[in-house]
Every structure is written in C-alpha cells, then in structure tokens.
Design a protein. Sequence first.
Length: 469
Amino acid sequence: MKYFAVTLASLLAASEAFTAHNFKPASLSKTSLDAVNVGIVGGGVVGGGICEILTKKSDYLTALCSDTIEVKSICVRDLDKPRDFEIPEGCSLTDKADDILNSDDIDVVVEVMGGTTIAKDVVFNALSNGKHVVTANKALIADCLAEIEDHLKKVNDGKSAEDSIQFNYEAAVCGGIPIINSLQSDFPGDDIDMIAGIINGCTNFMLTAMDRDGLSYEAALAEASKLGYAEADPTLDVGGFDARSKLKILMRLAYGIDVEESNIPCRGIQELTATDYDYAKSLGGTIKLLGVAQREEDGKVSGFVSPCYIAATDSLSSVNDATNAVEISSSNLQRTTYIGQGAGRYPTANSCVNDIVAIAKGDVNVSPFNPADDGAKFVQQYDSVFYLRLKYSDQVGITRQCGEICEKYGVSIHSILQNPRSSKKDDSFVIVTEEVSNTNMKKVVAELEGLDWVQGPAFWMPVLRPDWM
Ligand SMILES: NC(=O)c1ccc[n+]([C@@H]2O[C@H](COP(=O)([O-])OP(=O)(O)OC[C@H]3O[C@@H](n4cnc5c(N)ncnc54)[C@H](OP(=O)(O)O)[C@@H]3O)[C@@H](O)[C@H]2O)c1
C-alpha cells in the first residue's frame, strides 16, 4: 500500500510538470524545454569570458529570459591546456566540434575559435543543423558575408519568423561597442551619410603612444603586442586590413552593399613618421587611422581605410589608447558617436552574451545584415582635402613645379608648410590641398615622385572635416 501511495504522489507531480511544459510559448524554438543550451567552440579569451559572465549573472538572466542559459559543452584544441576560467557546472570539454554541432541537446552554437577555415565549417554546419549561431569572427563574416546570407536564407526557407534560425555577431565589429545592434535597429527610418570610425584598437594605441608619448613606431608596436592589442599577425592591424574587414561589414549594414574587401582603398600606418605628427600639431590636430564610408545623393558609396588628419576640435581626435569609436552622421539623428572598448575578454564576451540572451528571449531578426540596397553602388573615388608630405633635396623651382603638377590635375593648393617646429630642421615640406578627388591626388603624387629632387616615396592622407574651411 505504501508503495502505491508514493507512486500516486509522483504521478501527480509528473502530471503538473507535464502541464507546465505544454504551456511554454511556441516561439521558443529550442530543443530543450527548460533551458537554452549553449555549446561554445573556443575556450580562449572570449570563450572564457562568456562562461564567466553567464555563471556570474545566472539568476538575473534566468529571470530576464524566463529560462536558464546553460553552457553544456566547450570545444577546445588542446584538452590538457590549463584554462584561466572556471568550467561551468554540468559542462563538458571536448576537442571535437562535431560533439556540439551534432548534439540534439544544444540550441545555440557560439563560435569564438577564430580563423576562416574550420570556423566556417562550424558556423555553416551549426546553421544546417538548426542551431542558432553567435560569432565574434569578423574575418569570417567579411570573407563570407554573401555565403552566410545565402545559407541563412536556405535554412530558414519555409520557417515562420519566430521559428527562424538566428545569426548574431555583435562582437565581430568593435568588440564591446553595440554598433551592429544599433545599425540593425536604430536607423530604419534614417539615411546614413557618413561613417567614420577608429575601429582598430592596436593602431589607435600605437598612434596615441607615438603622438602623446613620443614613442617610435617600433616601440609602440612592441608595447601593443605586449599588452595583447595586436593580432597574431600584426600586419592585419598596422596594414589597415583588420579595420577594412570591419568597415566592409559596417558598409553592408549602413548602405546595403556587399563590397569586395580588396576594392576598398586601404593604407596602414607604416609610413607615418614623427614629422607627420609635428606637422599635424602645427595644423592644430592629430592623426588617427580611420575607416570612413560615405554615401552621395546619387547612391554612390565610397569607403577607405587610411591614416587621416583630424582637427583637435573633432570628437574623434580625443579617442586615445586602445579605445574604439564609430561616428555616424545621418539625416535624422545627425551626429551620433559610439565609444568604447573594441577588444578584451569582458567587453567582447559581453557582446556575445547579449547575442545569446537575445536568442533566449526569443528576439527575432530575419535580416541580420539589413536588406540589400540595389540603388547603392560602390565607387573607389572620393573627394577630400589631402595632406601630402614630400622629402626633398634643396634646389630652385620646387614650389613652381609642385604648382604646375597640381594645376595639371586640377588640384588646388590650400597651403604649403615647412619646418613645423622652428627649432627642428627638417628635409620635408607639406602641401595641404583644397577638396579634390583621390584619383587626381594619386596622379599628382605619382608625377611628383618622379622628380629628381623628391627623396623616396611621398606620404599622403585625407583630412577629415578641416576646421579651416
Ligand atoms: N580577443 C578579443 O579581444 C576579440 C575581440 C573581438 C573579436 N574577437 C574574435 O573572437 C574570436 C576568438 O578570439 P580569442 O581572442 O578568444 O581567441 P583565443 O584566445 O586564441 O581562443 C581561441 C580558442 O579556440 C580554440 N580553438 C582554436 N582552434 C581550434 C580547433 N581547430 N579546434 C578546437 N578548438 C580550437 C582554442 O583552443 P586552445 O585553447 O586549446 O588552444 C582556444 O580555446 C576570434 O574570431 C577573434 O577575432 C576577439
């Protein structure tokens, strides 16, 4: 009899639990009914931060999402490597991504391993297997944006919006700054004229050290590497290529165009010298590596990555060290600036956690890259005021020849500067132009570089919003 009584009680409890499950909203397209289960591919800087935040905020996130978020599995390359974060309770470690991708128990796959080969398989297979994806991988997105978009269309074909597989990538551009989310949700009724951003922390750290602290280029790069700001291959940072990948993604979101990365004019910071900072100071500003994109009224969109002169009055000029900033100029909002940490464990993991939470809450975005705009067309030509530095060996007729060559290509000279600091003799001078096209400027530079008094290659860069005009 006792046995029978116990069985009846558990049957009643089971029937209550069953009823509760059946009243879960249908929009939670998850494989598990009482938790959002996460599999993380990559247990390094970002993966570890995600685990720490999810554990620390577990109670709050459960209340916010009406579900627990549980990290069920983490995939790493080396199972024996010590981890600098606590593995969450109930979470297993694996060195096979397939354990996560093929598990019926995983709802969300977080790709934070980096790279564009294995990571691509992880992301694509996760989507094919019906898992939501969160990634911090800008290189992969910049490389495969169109493919990801096509694949998402395929896996979501025939699904209602609320059942659609989500692809979230907030951490991929400017780590902790919520710029992706903002471009997805804050500008649908607006027209973005221009994006100008300090979107690479390593180079901003280096340029600040060179300008403010007087460090050489080499010393600044060594310090940036020591502090973990540089990519494993620092050419990606100093050559402007990391910034270009991010600019490509921002251009897609802002203007609806998918630009071939290699078509975006890109110049790094390697040719900058202390002399350029002296000249920038005498002009009243500084130099930053910027990613800039702008749209003209006729739908032409241009973009470039380059060191740029910025006036001291410009808000971007005071963004120093490894901090990132993106400034958006638009018709309705006018100028909006987003400033914050573009990298690092917690800022980057924070963005990934936000993406996971959005999925757990059932937020739906059927167009994560924003709709394409057939009326927009990418062009490599843009207009700007330019700064041009030439090293010379003294002789008669230098200014006349500069004037003649500039005139030949329709480039008006605003001013010529020499010896920015009276105490310091220098064998260079600087030409500041009026607003001209980059293509005409290129022709001027090429012809000047062919003259016998010009020593070595010239250095030239756009001037962002000159305050003397
Ligand atoms: N770090 C940042 O501040 C930051 C900022 C924005 C975006 N991101 C992006 O976030 C991603 C991750 O960056 P991270 O700094 O966290 O990198 P990380 O510290 O190098 O961590 C990478 C993790 O992936 C694992 N992994 C690599 N290859 C693997 C493979 N073939 N199979 C299984 N596991 C593998 C590694 O395992 P082991 O630990 O065993 O080697 C490691 O745990 C990258 O796409 C990066 O661009 C990073």
